[in-house]
Design a protein around this ligand. Structure first.
Ligand SMILES: *[C@@H]1O[C@H](CO)[C@@H](O)[C@H](O)[C@H]1NC(C)=O
Ligand SMILES: *[C@@H]1O[C@H](CO)[C@@H](O)[C@H](O)[C@H]1NC(C)=O
Ligand SMILES: *[C@@H]1O[C@H](CO)[C@@H](O)[C@H](O)[C@H]1NC(C)=O
Ligand SMILES: *[C@@H]1O[C@H](CO)[C@@H](O)[C@H](O)[C@H]1NC(C)=O
Ligand SMILES: *[C@@H]1O[C@H](CO)[C@@H](O)[C@H](O)[C@H]1NC(C)=O
Ligand SMILES: *[C@@H]1O[C@H](CO)[C@@H](O)[C@H](O)[C@H]1NC(C)=O
Length: 224
């Protein structure tokens, strides 16, 4: 009897967790939409409570669990800021906000997206820094922040993103020295750092990056 109770209790908890999390995705995206500038919010008109979450513009869901795995709203001329609620899309694998007019900072909460593999935020007006939490997303394959106003330095923690294939930070306001831990990114094929204010040279450790196909460094490009 005790075991039965325990089992049914766990099942209930699971069910509750499931329902809760599905609603979380919806809430996160509605919160996200509320931070999109009013003039262009109509582009996301399908993001409403009468339309199923997985039918929303730019939203891809997992086939079985129906959680949001992809958000692809690049090139829609969206402005405003990126809501921290994005960090609650805990099943997100791919996030594409590229080529919009988002300003403000990249919320720290993206660091909660531990399943994230692709991050495209290039061609926006983002400022602030690369959030430290991003270096915790250890499954990342792509980070594309090209053409924004991201400042400060590249954290040495970047060296823990050992799966990274593409890292494009070109045309930003980065400064400081490059961390030697970049030499840890042995899967890297594309590295863009041009048009920043980075000091010093290229760390010697980067000679280890055997997969590299192109490397952009002010003022010239190197092809391996
Ligand atoms: C909700 O989204 C559906 C699907 O795009 C659309 O047909 C409907 O007009 C929307 N409802 C509101 C209130 O915007
Ligand atoms: C959701 O999308 C599916 C597939 O595109 C479509 O068949 C269905 O009618 C849509 N549901 C609603 C309520 O819009
Ligand atoms: C950005 O999006 C606009 C349409 O919104 C398109 O015309 C333009 O080619 C895109 N630019 C890039 C660099 O993707
Ligand atoms: C994320 O979800 C939690 C739990 O539902 C909630 O308390 C929190 O406000 C959400 N955060 C954001 C930024 O929406
Ligand atoms: C990164 O993950 C570690 C270990 O889970 C945690 O202690 C740390 O607070 C995280 N850092 C950020 C900036 O989220
Ligand atoms: C480099 O990678 C190794 C494992 O591959 C890891 O233990 C180490 O912490 C990384 N170094 C940095 C600076 O991230």
């Amino acid at each position: 009897m005790k075991l039965f109770l325990l089992l049914s209790f766990s099942a209930l908890m699971l069910l509750e967790a499931y329902k809760f999390t599905d609603e979380t995705d919806k809430k996160s995206l509605l919160e996200f939409k509320a931070q999109v500038s009013e003039g262009r919010r109509s582009v996301l008109s399908s993001w409403n409570n009468s339309s199923p979450l997985c039918n929303w513009t730019g939203v891809t869901c997992g086939r079985k669990h129906k959680r949001v795995t992809g958000l692809d709203i690049g090139g829609l001329q969206l402005g405003g800021v990126i809501s921290p609620s994005i960090g609650n899309l805990s099943f997100l694998i791919s996030l594409n906000l590229e080529n919009n007019s988002f300003g403000g900072t990249i919320p720290q909460e993206v660091g909660n997206l531990f399943r994230l593999q692709h991050l495209f935020m290039g061609f926006n007006y983002l400022e602030g820094t690369i959030p430290a939490g991003l270096y915790n997303c250890s499954r990342l394959l792509t980070i594309d922040l090209f053409s924004n106003f991201i400042g400060q330095n590249v954290g040495s923690e970047v060296g823990s993103l050992t799966e990274l294939v593409v890292l494009d930070l070109g045309l930003n306001k980065l400064n400081g020295k490059l961390p030697t831990s970049l030499g840890n990114l042995t899967s890297l094929r594309e590295l863009g750092l041009g048009d920043n204010n980075i000091e010093g040279g290229i760390p010697d450790d980067m000679a280890r990056l055997a997969q590299m196909k192109w490397f952009l460094w002010e003022p010239e490009a190197y092809f391996w």
